[in-house]
Design a protein around this ligand. Structure first.
Ligand code: MOS
Length: 734
């Protein structure tokens, strides 16, 4: 019989079983349990499922940016060797399957196109090469429409969207008046470009139908909600869709929802009566999935003589396709990071014929802190105050907008600890003062924050008669370490070594997990595993005839009242339990976020404008650290992406048609090894009982927040140049 242990987070959870530390594996830098499989090529990624009788799909795209398709001529393509079919049904190519819009199909092959390269057909053939070759022979006729490709010239057309994860518009007090009265002010505009998630693994789906319905093998961050999206897109009952996504080669937001290849593969497989594998090319990943929107951000800060903020304005504009309701929530961190009575934080959308925009690597904070944290640096300079001190003076005691407390917030401790470890007191004080040959040396810092979220999540944990814990949830591991931390949680709770815990993920046959997104994956799925294990502990305590709190489980043994029993002897024919966590009142009772501080040293070449980041230290406070190594790796990744955002990363749109020009990893420059110095990361000890039973907070998207601003502030400190247009490429510094 399955025991369900459900918890709604309506109150703080104190005295976690994890605090007893019987096993001592929680928090440890355990190597990835899936590492050996990955390096041996035995972890199956999206494009690697080898089904019998497989056929191959290739997406054909619109050769224009905006208008109406009048005809798709696939006759020549169909006659090519190995070609099985060309499918042009409108329903395959829902622009944003995740949002289910544009689903009505007027007539076969006739449809509106809203961005250059939008998928419009799929060729299916006996080989991928044959499908790709035939794709070139498909002719698309169209009536061009009037496209909107200019962002800067259309700012005054920006529309207020519906509220999203952040309110679209927020006003408190009188910002204009407070600005007018402030003795110290900053009022400037920062711009950030479109970006691409740039996961290593391209999107791929293998679709296969049988009497139970559709099975889709692919790369998904959120199998539970992706399954629902797929069912909606295909008009199927959700029980007839099964997603399998055991290993994901990076997501960064691009695999939160389903992408065009999944629906196309599913429909093609149904029509052909055989499995279809559709793999997107690298170029298609860049120009036919999803982007982070470019942004235009006006920041206004007004402070008194001591540097206390009385005015904070953060007015942001992003771009998206007509009718899409997602906006880049660039002001989200500004809501809770600093105090100040008079506030205005807005998000508007300019409608453009550019690739769909959506969530990518810390949507909101990643882009917004590039502006806010440079503005804070400018304010510190205007006042003549240490930028660390300015931030500390604006650390409010409670949420500045909601009249509720913060959950644990070690923000000022992150600032102090980071400044001490980095040697901030020894920093360069005046731009241009410090030189190393032709290199100008500068130091910069920025604050870091990321809202914490909890999502509903379920898991099953079974103890086999052999004393192995089998953990099952359709949560994913997108390279983040889920397999490893769930192994540690179950191991700690049940007193088992890692090799007696078997974590199985990414299959809709398992209980619906939180999925990997929004930095909520570890805390949410980990809590559901914790709760299932807690139920098993009660069962084991009963078998030991003791209270759960008096039971110690360690090294495969149960210990209570001077009895020591191998747990196999308590399990009988097997035990299993179900855990379920749900968000509750706590998210309204306390503002929850993770915090940090970045410090860096850059060298800027006075002759060429080249920037090298030479030294980096960051501190973070994110509740309980579940695994010191995987957590650190998450932070390193975020910082690396921050360096890229500051210096190189930019998705370039052709001004004539919005087409993505740099469509591969050679031309789209994420920071790589040679761009990144040794990075030091320090975690402050913390438990957040308001967040979840683990006391952990989100860490996946924390490191990127503010990181790019630290680089740009250091560039100013080196050169005296304030560049407010990201990325800060050498041409902007000369
Ligand atoms: Mo994240 S952008 O929620 O994968």
């Amino acid at each position: 019989m399955t025991d369900t242990n459900a918890l709604t987070m309506d109150a703080p959870v104190e005295n976690s079983v994890l605090d007893r530390g019987a096993q001592g594996v929680i928090g440890k830098a355990l190597d990835r349990v899936d590492g050996p499989k990955k390096v041996a090529g035995k972890a199956t990624y999206a494009a690697e499922y080898a089904l019998d009788n497989l056929s191959y799909g290739y997406l054909v795209r619109a050769p224009f940016a905006c208008g109406r398709i009048t005809d798709i001529d696939a006759d020549a393509a169909r006659r090519l060797p190995g070609v099985l079919d060309v499918i042009t049904d409108y329903a395959c190519f829902i622009r944003n399957p995740a949002q289910g819009n544009d689903t009505e199909a007027p007539e076969q092959g006739v449809r509106e196109v809203a961005y250059f390269g939008e998928p419009v057909a799929i060729v299916v053939a006996e080989s991928y090469e044959a499908a790709r070759d035939a794709g070139e022979a498909v002719r698309v006729s169209f009536e061009p429409g009037e496209g909107r490709f200019d962002f800067d010239g259309r700012l005054d057309e920006a529309e207020q969207p519906e509220d999203g994860v952040a309110p679209a518009h927020f006003d408190q007090g009188d910002l204009d008046k407070a600005m007018a009265e402030a003795p110290h002010r900053v009022d400037a505009v920062w711009t950030t470009p479109s970006q691409n998630s740039a996961a290593m693994e391209p999107h791929a789906s293998t679709a296969c139908w049988d009497e139970d319905g559709l099975t889709l093998y692919g790369a998904y961050q959120m199998p539970a909600s992706d399954r629902q999206q797929l069912a909606d897109a295909l008009d199927l009952p959700v029980e007839q869709v099964r997603i399998i996504s055991a290993y994901v080669g990076g997501g960064f937001g691009s695999k939160l929802g389903i992408a065009p290849e999944s629906v196309a593969a599913a429909l093609a497989a149904k029509k052909l009566g055989r499995p279809v594998k559709a793999v997107m090319t690298r170029q298609q990943v860049f120009d036919a999935t999803v982007r982070r929107s470019n942004t235009h951000q006006r920041i206004r800060l007004g402070a008194d003589a001591e540097g206390r903020l009385n005015a904070i304005g953060h007015e942001t504009i992003c771009s998206n396709l007509p009718r899409e309701d997602f906006f880049e929530p660039a002001g989200i961190g500004t809501h809770f990071l600093y105090g100040g009575a008079n506030r205005r934080i807005t998000h508007d959308i300019v409608r453009m014929n550019r690739l769909l925009s959506g969530s990518m690597r810390a949507p909101g904070e990643a882009a917004g802190m590039l502006a806010l944290e440079c503005a804070m640096d400018e304010l510190a300079e205007a006042i003549g105050l240490d930028p660390v001190e300015l931030r500390k003076r604006n650390d409010p005691q409670a949420d500045p907008e909601k009249n509720i407390p913060y959950s644990t917030r070690k923000f000022t401790q992150c600032l102090d600890e980071g400044a001490a470890r980095f040697g901030w007191a020894e920093r360069n004080r005046t731009p241009g003062d410090r030189r190393d040959g032709e290199w100008l040396i500068g130091h910069g810092m920025a604050a870091c924050c990321r809202s914490n979220m909890l999502m509903p999540s379920e898991a099953r944990v079974a103890l086999t008669p052999q004393g192995v814990a089998v953990v099952e949830t359709d949560m994913t591991d997108i390279g983040t370490g889920t397999y490893t931390i769930l192994t540690q949680i179950a191991g700690e709770m049940l007193g088992l070594p890692a090799d007696r815990v078997d974590v199985r993920l990414g299959d809709n046959r398992f209980p619906p997990g939180a999925g990997s997104g929004g930095s909520f994956g570890a805390g949410s799925s980990g809590s559901s595993v914790y709760l299932a294990c807690q139920a098993l502990r009660r069962n084991l305590a009963e078998a030991m005839d003791c209270d759960e709190k008096d039971l110690t489980l360690k090294d495969g043994e149960a210990v209570a009242h001077n009895r020591r029993v191998p747990i196999e002897q308590l399990i009988g024919h097997g035990l299993d339990a179900h855990g379920r966590i749900e968000p509750g009142e706590m998210e309204k009772k306390a503002t929850q976020a993770s915090y940090g501080a970045h410090f860096c040293e850059v060298a800027v070449n006075a002759v060429t404008g080249e920037v090298r980041v030479r030294r980096w230290l960051s501190t973070f406070a994110a509740g309980r650290i579940l695994n010191e190594k995987t957590a650190r790796s998450q932070c390193l990744g975020g910082i690396v992406f921050g360096i890229g955002a500051a210096l190189t990363e930019e998705l370039v749109h052709d001004a004539r048609n919005g087409k993505v020009v740099n469509r591969d990893l050679a031309e789209y420059h994420v920071a790589t090894n040679a761009d990144v110095p040794q990075i030091e990361v320090a975690f402050l000890p913390e438990r957040d009982p308001d967040a979840n039973p683990l006391g952990s907070k989100g860490i996946g998207e924390l490191g990127i927040s503010g990181a790019g601003a630290a680089v740009v502030n250091a560039i100013y400190n080196a050169t005296g140049k304030r560049v407010r247009d990201y990325p800060v490429t050498p041409d902007k510094l000369l």
